[in-house]
Design a protein around this ligand. Structure first.
Ligand SMILES: C[S@@+](CC[C@H](N)C(=O)[O-])C[C@H]1O[C@@H](n2cnc3c(N)ncnc32)[C@H](O)[C@@H]1O
Length: 222
């Protein structure tokens, strides 16, 4: 069984609120602040526009925020349990959302360019090796002309000793149980990757944490 599916089965069974478990209120607070900043800077499309969250999990983070703001929300996640949970959460709250189990590297079932905004639900840093290139290809295929992409990603070096032991700084990969687990790029390299994909960076916000930094980058095609 896929590792993310295992994690979501456990989270759901133990009654956790979302991926972040007991850290959910803090994660929600940070997300709310970041998205409000983007909204106030007029970097979000108008409510009613179509948005897609990559790695939407149980829908309780960005998808929920956008749905409450009046956007047409779609979300994809590799875990079927997360997707069922997102559907359940939205149904219970009387919200509309189109949630599908899918790999963000292969979104052929979605038509070209429907989304005014694609939001990375901290999914891009879960992709290692050639998966990242595949996901960038899909983002560009799915984003409307003049659409915005918001990357929400770990960045910098791990600060905790335990994490540093499992980090390969030559490939910028954090390992878990001997397997590539996270791409953890220094911020300048993350910015370079975005530019190489043909985007312009319009906004950057970094949150410093005791473990590693987290960046929100709002970008638009050149
Ligand atoms: C850090 S979690 C964040 C989940 C959710 N956005 C949130 O904020 O609660 C990353 C999510 O990406 C999903 N994911 C990882 N790799 C994926 C892939 N290749 N395709 C789709 N989803 C993926 C995981 O299942 C997980 O839900």
């Amino acid at each position: 069984m896929d590792i993310y599916e295992q994690i979501y089965q456990r989270l759901y069974a133990s009654g956790e609120p979302a991926w972040t478990g007991s850290g959910y209120p803090r994660a929600w607070h940070n997300l709310h602040e970041n998205l409000t900043t983007l909204k106030d800077a007029a970097l979000l499309p108008a409510p009613g526009s179509r948005i897609l969250e990559l790695g939407c999990g149980n829908g309780s983070m960005a998808s929920l925020w956008f749905a409450r703001e009046g956007y047409q929300v779609s979300g994809v996640d590799i875990s079927p349990t997360a997707i069922r949970w997102a559907q359940e959460n939205f149904f219970r709250q009387g919200l509309c959302g189109d949630f599908q189990t899918a790999d963000v590297c292969h979104l052929n079932q979605l038509p070209e360019h429907p989304f005014a905004l694609i939001f990375d639900g901290s999914c891009m840093h879960c992709l290692t090796g050639k998966q990242r290139e595949q996901a960038w290809h899909e983002i560009k295929r799915l984003l409307a002309v003049d659409g915005h992409f918001v990357l929400s990603s770990m960045c910098g070096e791990p600060r905790k000793e335990e994490d540093r032991r499992h980090y390969n700084p030559a490939e910028y990969v954090l390992y878990r149980d001997g397997q590539p687990w996270r791409t953890l790029l220094p911020l300048p390299l993350l910015r370079q990757e975005i530019l190489e994909q043909g985007f312009i960076i319009q906004h950057q916000q970094v949150t410093n944490n005791p473990w590693w930094d987290h960046v929100t980058l709002c970008v638009v095609a050149r």
